[in-house]
Ligand binder design. Structure first.
Ligand code: NAD
Length: 359
């Protein structure tokens, strides 16, 4: 069946890295598997410049019709002084809301060849392969009431509300349990149930959903302990299930365990399996246009896309194997090269992965 992919290059290094991911998709298409139709549209600062809106109507309409969206990155100093609603990042937030992408999947996997890039000791990090499943459309970021006011005595006060409905917890828990069934069968649910009512409901609902997944082992952990355990013994985790706020923080910690920000993919999916796939890093304006950005986070986002939105998990695994093979051969972009080691450009790395797919 024909699958529609919308590519949103965005700003900074976005166009360079998405071009490599498209190269990989085209190389896959020439072998076998589903037929792809690849289209491009504007988002972020590029869309502000061309259409006066960081998420033009046309882009959102195309995204709604696509099976999956691949995003490079948005933002940069050129647009930093714009009003909030015109900021490039606003376009991305509206896209996430417009597609109701409630589940964010962030894998943190260590490639053995890059073990020395981590700030942790090799024996602590060896074999790291976890996924954080973060709820993305609820919690304190969206809870009402929220605001700021000046109290009677003149002191300023600001407030947000941590709130979760049962149905919101239920649907994200199901994503985590289903994912665990395809992995090592373990879910660790993160909360702060010792002090927060919202976390007590979170824990109860997750435990109820767990009854429907007898093949998955569920444990619970307080978020402060989870932060400690991620630094102490991260290989104990398989799937970490988190509310929005705790996941925001823990996923950056987990990402950094692997060494380079340029290596890490992410997926945000909705109830019907449609998804937005993007590397976790930003638009890196400091290296934009220099052909030195690492495209592997974007290429691995394509692997996730094949897995979760395009119904082609075996092709996703092929892309992952090609990336591992290229790293084994010693191909390195600047960010993952050892000091003094020669490095490949963005385009060369893309070519190396595309060529490795044929082998
Ligand atoms: P950043 O992730 O863009 O860059 C941080 C550092 O990592 C920089 O030194 C950069 O050169 C390096 N880096 C990032 N990606 C790399 C890659 N693929 N290969 C090699 N090195 C890489 O974060 P920042 O500098 O804080 O933000 C820059 C802009 O990106 C800002 O406008 C910010 O708002 C935006 N941003 C966008 C997203 C997104 O589109 N999802 C996410 C975060 C930040």
């Amino acid at each position: 069946m024909l699958k529609k992919i919308l590519v949103l290059p965005g700003d900074g290094i976005g166009p360079e890295i998405t071009a490599q991911a498209v190269k990989v998709l085209r190389a896959l298409r020439s072998h076998s598997g589903p037929e792809f139709e690849i289209e491009e549209a504007l988002i972020g600062g590029a869309a502000v410049d061309a259409a006066g809106d960081p998420l033009p109507q046309e882009t959102l309409a195309k995204a709604r019709q696509a099976d999956a969206v691949l995003l490079g990155a948005v933002g940069g100093p050129k647009w930093d002084a714009l009003a909030t609603k015109l900021r490039p990042e606003r376009g991305l937030l509206r896209l996430r809301a417009g597609l109701d992408l409630f589940a964010n999947l962030r894998p943190a996997k260590l490639y053995g060849e890059l073990i020395d890039s981590s700030s942790l000791k090799p024996e602590v990090i060896e074999g790291l392969d976890l996924v954080i499943v973060r709820e993305l459309t609820g919690d304190v970021y969206y809870g009402e009431p929220r605001g700021a006011r000046t109290l009677a005595g003149g002191e300023r006060q600001a407030f947000n509300t941590m709130v979760y409905r049962e149905s919101e917890i239920d649907r994200i828990a199901r994503v985590a349990f289903k994912l665990a069934l395809q992995r090592r069968g373990r879910v660790c649910s993160i909360d702060k149930a010792n002090v927060l009512e919202a976390s007590q409901l979170w824990r109860q609902v997750v435990a109820e959903v767990a009854c429907e997944f007898p093949g998955v082992e569920l444990t619970h952990m307080y978020v402060d302990n989870a932060a400690m355990q991620l630094a102490r013994r991260p290989t104990q985790f398989d799937v970490l299930l988190t509310p929005n706020l705790f996941g925001d923080i823990l996923s950056d910690l987990a990402a950094m365990l692997t060494g380079s920000i340029g290596m890490l993919p992410s997926a945000s999916v909705n109830q019907s399996g449609q998804g937005l796939y993007e590397p976790i890093h930003g638009s890196a304006p400091d290296i934009a246009g220099q052909n030195s950005a690492n495209p592997l986070g974007t290429i691995l986002s394509v692997a996730m896309m094949l897995h979760y939105s395009l119904g082609a998990p075996l092709m996703g695994e092929r892309v992952e194997r090609a990336v591992a093979g290229v790293l084994r051969q010693g191909v390195r972009t600047q960010d993952i090269a050892a000091p003094g080691e020669s490095s490949a450009g963005t385009g060369e790395m893309g070519n190396a992965v595309a060529n490795a797919l044929g082998r």
